[in-house]
Design a protein. Structure first.
Length: 147
């Protein structure tokens, strides 16, 4: 399953008639799929850039949170390709919320999904309970330890 499909973005834009009115193909009068695919590519690119810093790829089986963010970003990028049409304030607010979610994912404040796998499978325990790289261990084991 892809992160964002054409059908999902068209649904986010309000259905076929609304998407055709927003991204009109001048020759056929229908949806300009080149602009729609470019909006999808931009949205997926933003998500992959944010997720790739800490987590493994989520494009194979994306969690619902990632799909929601992709739909919000895709709608914004579709409106930005609409030419001289005024973007609704709701689309701008959803774009801001999606970017905030991506910043939280990128800084590991929030995982992209419930079963997200981290790039590095091990976690360094810097606590005294883990006894890894605390003062009592490091004073004997580092480069100048026990001198």
């Amino acid at each position: 399953m892809a992160t964002l499909t054409r059908a999902q973005l068209i649904d986010q834009l309000g259905g076929d008639p609304a998407a055709a009115q927003l991204l009109q193909d001048r020759t056929t009068g229908g949806i300009d799929f080149a602009k729609l695919d470019a909006a999808i590519a931009d949205a997926v690119g933003d998500i992959e850039a944010a997720v790739a810093t800490r987590y493994q790829s989520v494009s194979q089986n994306p969690p619902q949170k990632i799909v929601r963010i992709a739909r919000q970003l895709g709608a914004y990028y579709a409106w930005s390709r609409a030419g001289n049409k005024v973007m609704p304030e709701v689309v701008r607010q959803l774009y801001g919320a999606a970017k905030a979610d991506l910043r939280e994912i990128q800084s590991s404040e929030s995982p992209p999904g419930p079963n997200s796998e981290v790039w590095f499978g091990y976690q360094t325990d810097n606590s005294d309970g883990g006894r890894r790289l605390v003062h009592s261990v490091a004073r004997r084991s580092l480069i100048l330890g026990a001198r």
